[in-house]
Design a protein around this ligand. Structure first.
Ligand code: F3S
Ligand code: F3S
Length: 105
C-alpha cells in the first residue's frame, strides 16, 4: 500500500483523490488516509501531491513511520467501505494525528 505522511496534515490538497482509480483515499479531519487493503499500489497519487506527502509503504521516511500505523489504524473501525466518495469526510483522525501541533501558514 501507499501511505500519506505528515506533509498532508492541515494541508489536505486533495489532488491525490482525483488520480486514484479505486477511490481508496479517505478524508479525515486533518489529513487524508489511504486504505491499506483497497489500495492497488498503482502509484498514481504519489507524484501529484504538491507537498510530497505520499510514499510507498516501504519508502516512508523513518521519522514518519507513525503515519504508516496511522493509515492502518484509521480504518480499524471502518472496515473496508469500498469507496471514499460515497462516504465523504469522516469526522475523526487517529489519536497520533489528532495530537500533532497545528501545521501550515
Ligand atoms: Fe494530502 Fe497531498 Fe493528497 S496534501 S490530500 S496527500 S494531494
Ligand atoms: Fe490509489 Fe494511490 Fe493506491 S492512486 S490505488 S491510493 S497508490
Amino acid at each position: 500500500t501507499y501511505i500519506i505522511a505528515e506533509p498532508c496534515v492541515d494541508v489536505l490538497d486533495k489532488a491525490c483523490i482525483e488520480e486514484c482509480p479505486v477511490d481508496c483515499i479517505y478524508e479525515g479531519n486533518r489529513m487524508l488516509y489511504i486504505h491499506p487493503d483497497e489500495c492497488v499500489d498503482c502509484g498514481a497519487c504519489e507524484p501529484v501531491c504538491p507537498v510530497e506527502a505520499i510514499f510507498y509503504e516501504d519508502d516512508v521516511p523513518e521519522n514518519w513511520k507513525d503515519y504508516t500505523s496511522a493509515n492502518y489504524e484509521f480504518f480499524e473501525d471502518l472496515g473496508s467501505p469500498g469507496g471514499a466518495s460515497k462516504i465523504g469526510k469522516i469526522e475523526k483522525d487517529t489519536p497520533f494525528v489528532a495530537a500533532q501541533p497545528p501545521r501550515g501558514e
